[in-house]
Design a protein around this ligand. Structure first.
Ligand code: NAD
Length: 420
């Protein structure tokens, strides 16, 4: 990480989320019983996994799986491998998934998992044994109708393939629907790789229409050029919008005359990152404050804070990343009249197509990419409209409106289902 990319953070993203949760709870007038039910996870499982390392020694890893809510359906959420994994972080990320699934109206609750490990320092065999041990220990926690994991930080289709394989062996039947984000040959879905960026594009298009801005007259800056950033940039460019700034961990690249996104994608393919790419080299902090119409933070959390929110010039922010804006920045952005399409809405295209993957697995029938995209676009557009209407109804920003929509759905269902 370059030092210029790190911006002072007042709250961690999870505290930020709870602040929004509390604000939305007040608007909804949630009674204490529902509030407390939603504040805590329904189930949290911690396991200790002894793994034979390549050097012949046994190392014991700690893993977690949290089901925040199963009110709307089986819990859904990724598994991350990182030395920063802790049960508290996993609990908060699981809650985040509850709101994300609810806001786009897919029939899932929220879950998250993690193993405290540094996979980059482990051999492939060690990562495989760890993943299989985790899947085996969670075989009664996971299930297509119970809890459906997916990739997250430092996990991908290979880990999902091992989880399906291990789970299927234990259950005695091939069960690809136990997780999503699988390789295509094991029941993965076409369109999944592009899904999050596609949803960012659909959110951008919907927001511009509400703001009365013509795409052909707009400029856009994208922070982060990985899966979400590069695909968002490519698809936003296809709307006729000029991309004038992009960035990654190596810094920002600014070209007021416009950047050809395909060139940047090819550059990263050839060089591994954007270092040396055409355009004026600026810092990530400068990039966020560029004169532009649309800003898409698609790198990491806590990039827009009370320290720099006042300097942001974009009229629209579409959050590709999770938690890129701290809670203290919300009021500043609102005051400036900047529309923010919040993360739980803007980047929900990924979980939407994960849901389609699960649906296809259960049908044993696979859709064309065109069908996946068309249906995902519809879900994202409808969700945007519902949140926009809620923001008008309650006279609140889109972020709080998204929480209100999501929490209302879960709370209403919770009331019907009842408690002990
Ligand atoms: P990725 O690893 O593919 O890409 C991350 C990008 O951010 C890279 O270009 C990297 O160089 C850049 N980056 C890292 N640190 C940076 C810094 N300090 N300043 C500027 N750029 C920096 O990751 P991704 O899958 O694109 O995820 C990006 C964000 O989107 C994360 O917050 C993730 O949680 C969120 N998200 C991803 C998905 C998905 O489907 N991939 C879905 C929902 C949300």
């Amino acid at each position: 990480m370059t030092s210029n990319a790190t911006i002072h953070s007042d709250l961690n993203p999870l505290d930020s989320m709870m602040k929004r949760f509390d604000e939305a709870a007040k608007i909804l007038g949630l009674d204490d019983s529902i509030y407390n039910t939603l504040k805590y996870p329904a189930k949290a499982v911690t396991v200790h996994l002894p793994i034979m390392m390549d050097n012949g020694k046994v190392h014991v890893f700690e893993g977690h799986r949290v089901q925040h809510s199963t009110t709307l359906g089986p819990s859904k959420g990724g598994i991350r491998y990182s030395m920063d994994v802790s049960i508290d972080e996993v609990k908060a990320l699981a809650a985040w998934m509850t709101w994300k699934c609810a806001v786009v109206g897919i029939p899932y609750g929220g879950g998250k998992g993690g193993i405290k490990c540094d996979p980059k320092s482990m051999s492939k065999g060690e990562v495989e044994r760890l993943t299989r041990a985790y899947a085996a220990s969670m075989s009664d926690v996971f299930g297509p109708d119970k809890d459906i994991p997916a990739p997250d930080m430092n996990t991908g289709q290979q880990e999902m393939a091992w989880i399906v394989d291990e789970y299927s062996k234990i259950k005695g039947q091939y069960t690809p629907a136990v997780c999503t984000g699988k390789p295509l040959t094991m029941g993965g879905s076409l369109g999944r790789v592009e899904a999050t960026g596609r949803g960012v594009m659909v959110s951008t298009r919907s927001a511009l229409a509400k703001l009365g801005l013509k795409p052909q007259e707009c400029t856009c800056v994208v922070q982060g050029f990985g899966n979400v950033g590069s695909i968002s940039a490519k698809l936003i460019e296809m709307l006729g919008i000029k991309i004038i700034g992009i960035s990654d961990v190596t810094g920002g690249y600014y070209a007021p005359e416009g950047i050809k996104v395909e060139d940047a994608i090819n550059y990263v393919k050839a060089n591994g990152n954007l270092k040396g790419f055409a355009g004026k080299n600026i810092t990530n902090s400068e990039l966020l404050e560029l004169e532009c119409d649309i800003l898409v933070p698609a790198a990491m959390e806590d990039q827009i804070t009370d320290q720099n929110a006042g300097n942001i010039k974009a009229k629209l922010i579409v959050e590709g990343a999770n938690g890129p804006t701290s809670a203290s920045a919300d009021a500043i952005l609102n005051e400036k009249g900047i529309m923010v399409v919040p993360d739980i809405l803007a980047n929900a295209g990924g979980v939407t197509v994960s849901y389609f993957e699960w649906v296809q697995n259960r049908m044993g029938y696979f859709w064309t990419e065109e069908r996946v995209n068309r249906r995902a676009d519809r879900v994202m557009k409808q969700a945007f409209d519902v949140v926009y209407d809620a923001s008008k109804k309650h006279n609140v920003a889109m972020r709080i409106a998204a929480y209100v929509v999501a929490m209302d759905k879960v709370a209403t269902t919770q009331k019907f289902r009842g408690v002990f």
